[in-house]
Design a protein around this ligand. Sequence first.
Ligand code: NIG
Ligand code: FE
Length: 414
Amino acid sequence: MARSLLITNIGHLLMAEGIPGDRAAGRQLSQLPLQENAWLLAEGGLVKATGEMSACPSRATEVVDANGGMVLPTWCDSHTHLVFAQSREHEFVDRIKGLSYEEIARRGGGILNSAGKLQAASEASLFKAAWERLEEVIGYGTGAVEIKSGYGLSVEAELKMLRVIRALAEQSPIPIKATFLGAHALPLPYRDNREAYVRLVIDEMLPLIAGEGLADYIDVFCEKGFYSVDETVRIIEAGAKYGLKAKVHTNQFNSLGCIEACVDRGAVSVDHLEVVTDAEVEYLKTGNTIPTLLPSAPFFIGGHYQPARRMIDAGLPVALASDYNPGSTPSGKMQFVLSLACLKCGMLPGEAIQAATINGASAMELGQELGSLVPGKRASFILTPSVPGPEYLPYAFGSDLVQRVYIDGQLKVD
Ligand code: NIG
Ligand code: FE
């Protein structure tokens, strides 16, 4: 008989049931489907059934009493850069003293600083540090993660980074999606010949990366001082020829017209979106591209918070992700992302939980297997202590409410 796990006496079971699979939900639910005083049965790593304690199954290989705690799907963090060589706390201090994120980048800090460090680092040391970060975020309740390259910025270093991501994916207990972000910043030697670098990304990096099957998606940082909309379009169209769908950094500081270009080309997601016009919100409704909001970035480097309320009121579903990286977001803690989304972006707690679970899963095309606790999906879930209700999670922003993490029906963090 397959191994089974029965969780009993669940105070609040957040199933997120009823939300369609691989496309983000057609609308954001302000109140998630919730069962009180519930049980959950997992078998063979999948959710088998859920129900009320009045009709609880009597047998399972392992029975765990939740003691009134809450059970919800693990976070699906669809945007991170968690492979990097070194932290950048000196830039944090420079910003406190008055330099802006953009100024630091212009002086060769920022992404270029991280690229220099990564180029000099060994694959083994990058793997070790990233593995520790991965374990850290699993401890925070993350059950699937996307990881980008983009701190290599040379053929060898981008390949090295993506091989580290592949090694992580091979050994990780949680699914990992890899994104090629060769066009993250313009390396200094190409400052007077940006076309040569764009060609390097398209003609040299892409074929090698696709040939080794190292990426699931392609990304570009479309922003003033980084890559233009035209360059972004060329790069994502080149990626499409190799079967790589797009997930694009855009509208972080400026609205340049990239959202429309991405929607028209069937991008899986457009990410950041601190600065978004009403026309862009309307345009997003014409396609399937998932707006993915990263509120930890403006929290850490300043700027506008994402207009989640405006998007949701316009009828758009949104995803939330951490953006874990050494420059704009040195944190992969999704519970804090939820608090920011509620306090700074106007999201209701249920909306934020949906955005960080099923919609995040959809933004990695994992919505059929993760993101909600319905029969047949992977039994990856968080167990909290007894809390008054789901809204307590973003409310108690300083408390670590992730008590246990189960991945595919197995206890991973206690
Ligand atoms: O998503 N904005 C572009 N890239 C990253 C930050 C990169 C860095 O500062 O190292 C982001 O915020
Ligand atoms: Fe990012």
